[in-house]
Design a protein around this ligand. Structure first.
Ligand SMILES: [Zn+2]
Length: 252
């Protein structure tokens, strides 16, 4: 059985353009754009691997549930965006997921961790420590749940044959991306917030508290896909998302 990669939209955010492209001048930098939030499922002979768990469905009725009203960012979510509903659309239940990889523990990437009490969670050890010290930015209600089993990773770690996490810090300490070696498409990288958009990868530039690490991480992702940016999947890029296959279609 070859690896199969499926992409699910798990919500969206209306977000100010400078958040992803800090080099933009006014007035562009202050414009709002709607960008997707997504999760990926990798079917492997060793079990199903889920990359990121998306936004929690509490945001369907209350978009401001996590952070209150913000001028720069607003959650947009429908019932069908919840990851449990998305998985059900391809015939899977939460207990069918063996491993969850979180790129990091922000609420749009770890929002439904609580739905997977039977899974093993792979998160970089230094990211777990980083998030525990910053509860305001990493609300524990979504991920710091006693029933969940976190397996702290130290650097590059094999998740399944052809599936590996690779540290890509910058957006946050211990942020990681997922490298998947597909038989037809070749190597792809699920960037997480190491690259919000394709333009981040093209320019080698992004935003984030640690710009130097962020730049190195973008360079690493480019090298992993031999500069073929069609094989690097950024986290919040509506234009790129529109060109990708969405579940139930898949990449192999
Ligand atoms: Zn994000």
């Amino acid at each position: 059985m070859a690896l199969e990669l499926l992409l699910f939209q798990t919500g969206a955010v209306d977000i100010v353009r400078r958040a992803f492209h800090p080099w933009l001048p006014e007035p562009e930098r202050s414009e709002m754009r709607r960008q997707p939030v997504w999760s990926a499922l990798i079917r492997t002979p060793e079990g199903n691997v889920l990359f990121d768990t998306g936004l929690h469905p509490v945001h369907v009725a209350r978009p401001e549930a996590t952070f209150g009203p913000l001028a720069d960012m607003k959650v947009v979510m429908t019932d069908e965006d919840g990851i449990v509903a998305r998985l059900a659309s391809v015939g899977l239940r939460p207990e069918d997921v063996t491993v969850v990889v979180n790129s990091h523990l922000h609420f749009d990437h770890a929002g439904n961790n609580g739905a997977f009490p039977r899974a093993t969670f792979v998160v970089q050890r230094d990211h777990l420590a980083f998030a525990r010290e910053r509860r305001q930015s990493f609300p524990g209600v979504y991920w710091d749940i006693p029933a969940l089993m976190y397996l702290p990773a130290d650097g590059r770690t094999r998740v399944a044959k052809g599936v590996e996490v690779v540290p890509t810090p910058g957006h946050a300490a211990g942020h990681q991306s997922l490298v998947v070696d597909l038989s037809e498409m070749g190597r792809v990288v699920l960037c997480g917030d190491a690259a919000y958009t394709r333009e981040n990868l093209e320019r080698g530039e992004t935003s984030g508290p640690d710009r130097e690490s962020a730049r190195s991480s973008l360079a690493l992702i480019r090298s992993l896909v031999n500069d073929d940016l069609d094989r690097a999947f950024p986290s919040h890029d509506a234009s790129a998302w529109a060109t990708w296959r969405h579940a139930p279609a898949s990449y192999r």
